[in-house]
Design a protein around this ligand. Structure first.
Ligand code: UD1
Ligand code: CA
Length: 488
């Protein structure tokens, strides 16, 4: 539509050139390393903090800044495992078959980041082992880099104990934000080791400048690796602008090279999660005793007692009370649910107002209706329990469809397994199952029927019937007395 040249001119004068021709930004995440210092058979980036792999946190943050198609994860050590664990995120993967350093990781990504098909203006580099970085900080880094017209911008931080990190060598008092070089711990002079400003391992690069000069990196250093950090010196010597921007929150850049560092990240992340929930109206007593994963959601006015674990994608409604020692994984609870101490729940759903525990074990596929009760030592697996139904004591309910208003007596067992196959038990609305009954599946108890206590039910029970499945009691008068007297 070449219709309105007038409007076009107006727009041109109003918008900055970067908006006319959008800056194309890619994010590269370095995640190929082995993590030797962990002494683990699992790749470093798949170790979990805050309840999910470290790399999953970094990817989740990256895709808040650019769309997944512009995110490139560089994988190498156990590449297929890492790729499989991150499948479904929609990001790209670049294989660094041999891990020859962080500089080498970016060399390997050249094709992906600067081929004719993929011309990015800016490449933001994140470390796959530093999961606390926020989208806001990445955006600040990117904006600062752009405003400075720099070839390389590194995110730095002042740390009280900078040991192990690369140190930032500034250009001098009149250099402004400019940087001369980064020196790694192993190559630093005693004087340089005193520098508290560290390289966080997060960078923004001008993509053409990076790939024009990256081949100047060498392996002449303590580890015999291509250090991406050396790009600072390389670009500086080529009279390109290298600058640093300091984070406000040094905690954001912490990496996880050792188990001890990972533990610290995990603690930070979980405490931050608790703060976020407190902020949202959830009460958490002794938050440092609770383990709440990053993706968990909890409604306002819910109370979480000490030593509770809420894991995975668990979602808890409002006005619930989760009592101590309960472990709830990947489950959804409605409003006003009471979970008494020691309840364990996996992949289950619970309706509003239900009461569970103490010591209820809900295995995957348990669905509990509104206002239903499951009490002590009741184990469930793949069941539907209708509205207001109760199984309060010592039962196993597996592969069962239980209607509304059903009363399951103490010690009831659904015999769902014949040694080869699993079978289903159907208990219709309003049924009363007496204590210590065994229901041998496949079997159906019709609406409103009664099962007498201690029955073994092997055949269907029609609606409104009474089923007795036990031996008739016999009484021998005086038998006990006679036995006692004989003994004397
Ligand atoms: C790096 C920086 C250091 C900085 C620190 C911040 C270098 C040389 N040093 O050190 O200045 O202070 O991060 O945390 O970059 N990786 C690859 N391919 C490789 C090697 C590493 O993808 O060939 C990945 C790792 O999986 C990791 C990241 O790059 O996620 C950083 O590597 P790591 O070995 O942890 O570097 P640091 O020693 O922490
Ligand atoms: Ca690291």
């Amino acid at each position: 539509m070449a219709k309105s040249p007038k409007r076009k001119t107006k727009a041109n004068s109003k918008f900055s050139p970067s908006i006319q021709q959008p800056r194309r930004i890619a994010i590269a995440i370095m995640a190929a390393g082995k993590g030797t210092r962990l002494k683990s058979k699992h790749p470093k980036v798949l170790h979990e903090v805050g309840g999910k792999p470290i790399l999953a946190h970094v990817i989740a943050t990256a895709v808040k800044v650019v769309p997944p198609r512009d995110v490139f994860v560089i994988i190498g050590h156990e590449a297929e495992r890492v790729r499989a664990a991150m499948a479904g995120t929609g990001v790209n993967f670049v294989l660094q078959a041999e891990q020859r350093g962080t500089g080498h990781a970016l060399m390997v990504a050249r094709e992906a980041l600067s081929s004719s098909g993929n011309k990015y203006h800016q490449v933001i580099v994140l470390s796959g082992d530093a999961p606390l970085i926020t989208a806001e900080t990445i955006r600040k880094l990117s904006e600062f880099h752009h405003a400075q017209k720099a070839a390389m911008t590194l995110l730095s931080a002042d740390l009280d104990s900078p040991y192990g990190y690369g140190r930032v060598i500034r250009k001098g008092p009149r250099g402004g934000a400019e940087v001369q070089a980064i020196v790694e711990e192993k190559s630093a002079t005693p004087q340089q080791k005193k520098i508290r400003e560290i390289n966080s391992g997060f960078y923004a690069f001008d993509a053409p400048a990076l790939y024009e000069h990256i081949d100047r990196l060498s392996t002449a250093n303590a580890h015999g690796e291509y250090y991406l950090t050396d790009m600072a010196g390389v670009l500086h010597r080529a009279h390109k602008k290298v600058v640093a921007i300091k984070t406000d929150d040094a905690g954001e850049v912490l990496g996880s090279n050792t188990r001890a560092e990972m533990m610290m990240l995990d603690a930070r992340m979980r405490l931050a999660k608790c703060r976020e929930l407190l902020e949202a109206g959830v009460t958490i007593f002794y938050p440092h005793t609770c383990v709440i994963d990053s993706d968990v959601e909890v409604g306002a006015d819910t109370v979480i007692e000490p030593f509770v674990q809420l894991l995975g994608k668990t979602k808890i409604g409002e006005d619930c009370r989760i009592r101590s020692y309960s472990v709830i994984g990947n489950s959804v609870l409605g409003d006003g649910v009471t979970v008494k101490p020691g309840t364990i729940m996996e992949d289950s759903r619970v309706g509003a107002g239900a009461v569970l525990g103490p010591y209820t074990h809900m295995r995957p596929g348990s669905e509990v209706g509104e206002g239903a009760h499951l009490g002590n030592f009741v184990e469930t697996k793949k069941i539907k329990l209708g509205k207001g139904s109760k199984a309060n004591h010592l039962s196993y309910l597996g592969d069962a469809e239980i209607g509304e208003g059903v009363n399951i007596g103490a010690g009831t067992i659904t015999c769902n397994y014949d040694g080869v196959n699993k079978h289903k038990t159907v208990i219709e609305d309003g049924v009363f199952v007496g204590s210590d009954s065994t229901l041998v599946a496949p079997v159906k108890i019709g609406r409103g029927a009664y099962v007498a206590a201690a029955s073994c039910i092997t055949e269907d029970v029609p609606a409104d019937a009474l089923a007795l499945g036990r031996a008739r009691q016999s009484v021998k008068e005086g038998w006990a007395r006679a036995k006692r007297e004989n003994r004397r």
